[in-house]
Design a protein around this ligand. Sequence first.
Ligand SMILES: [Zn+2]
Length: 426
Amino acid sequence: MKTPLTLGTGSSAVVKSCQVCKSPGLENVLFLGYLPPVNTMPAIGSTPHEQPGYPAQLLRCPCCQLIQLGLIVDPRVLFPPEYPYTSGTTKILRENFAELYRECRSLLPLKPDDLVVDIGANDGTLLSNFAPHHRVQGIEPANVGNLANQRDIPTLISFFNAEAATKVRAEKGAAKIITATNVFAHIEDVHAVVDNLTSLLAPDGVFVSESHYVHSLVETLQYDTIYHEHLRYYSLHSLKYLLEMHGLTVFHAKRIPTHGGSIRVYAARPGQYPAQASVAAMLLEEKRSALNGARLAEFKRQVALSKMQLQSLALDIKQRGGRIYGIGAPSRASTLINYVGLDDAILGCVLEVGGSHKVGKYIPGTLIPVLEESRLFADQPEYALLLSWHIADELIPKLKQKGFRGDFIVPLPTPRIIKADSSTTN
Ligand SMILES: [Zn+2]
C-alpha cells in the first residue's frame, strides 16, 4: 500500500459523473458489497465494535471508457495518521524498475545532468537505478522517503502539490523525466496532479507512468484489486484521454508484469518524440477486447463463479479436517476474504513476515488473526492460501525452501490446488 500523493478534499463523495471526463450516465459493472476500510485492523482480542462498511461498486464511463469506483471514501478514513505507511519491494518490482531505467536509456537521449523526478518515490528503489548516471529527486508524502535520503537519493517529504513542484523546479530546474508508478489510481484530484507534473516537466520532458491495467484485471479476474484506495482502473484508452486533456501525447506504451499486470505509458508534449507502433497496437488490441456491456457482464458472472468455487474448495478441505492458513495480508487480501466470506473457522490465520505492523491485528471485517510467518513452519497446516496470488511463482519456491511441506491454494482466476511435490506452479 502506498500513501496517496494528495489528500483530496477530505470527505467521502458519491461519484455521479466520470472522475476524468465528467460525463454523467455511468454504467454499473460489478458490486462486491460493503467492504471495511483496509487499514482498520483491530488488535487481536479486542471486542468487535461498530465499524463502517463502504460500497465497492465498479462503474464504467461510456464516454472515456474509464472504469472507476462509485464512491470516493474520505482519505482520512483510508489513511489514518497513526497508520504506519510501509511498502515492501518485491523482486518483480525491483526488476521492473531496473528494466524501466534500461528502456528510458534506449528510448530517450539522456544526458548526465538531466533531472529525473519520481513522484510517490517510496524508499527510492526506482531512482536508485538512475542515481549513478543522472541527477535525481524523489517526492514522497510518507516517512518511508527518509530511507531514500539515507541512501543518498534526495527526497522531498511532501504531498505532490503545486508548492512541491515549484520548490523542486526552483532548486533543481525542470525535469527531463518524471516517473509515477502505481500512484495514479489512488488520488482523488488527478487533474491537479497532472497539471503540477506538467509544470515541472522540461519542454522536451517525458512523463512515464505505470498503472494497474484494467484489461489484466478483467482477463485474470483480479476483483481483489478493487478496494477504496483504487479509485480508477485504467486502459491505455482512458489514460490517453486523461493525459490529452492536459496537453500530453502518448508516444509509447507496453504491458509490464507488476501488480498482476500493469501498463507503462510514455507521454510528452506534442511533436517532441515520434509515436512508436506500440501505441496504435495496444489501442487496437483494446478495441478488439473491448470492455463493453457483454464482456463486463461475463466478467461479473465469472467473479461470482470464482467466489463459489473457492468456497466449495474450502468446504471440501474443511470436511476432510484440513487446516488452511492465509499467506500475506496486502490490501487485496481484505477484498478477497470479505467478498468470498472467509471467516476464522475457515481460515485459521493469515501470516505476515515478522516485524509487519499488521501482525497482532485482525483482518478487516473479520476475527481472522494476522500472525508471524514462523507459525507456518511450526504448525505445518495442510494448505497455504496465497493471498498475494499474483506473485505465486515467487512465493511458492520461497515457502518450500523455508520448510513448508503442505499444499498451496491459488484463489484466482480459477481456484486451484498446487501440490507440495509439484515442481511447477502451473
Ligand atoms: Zn469518462
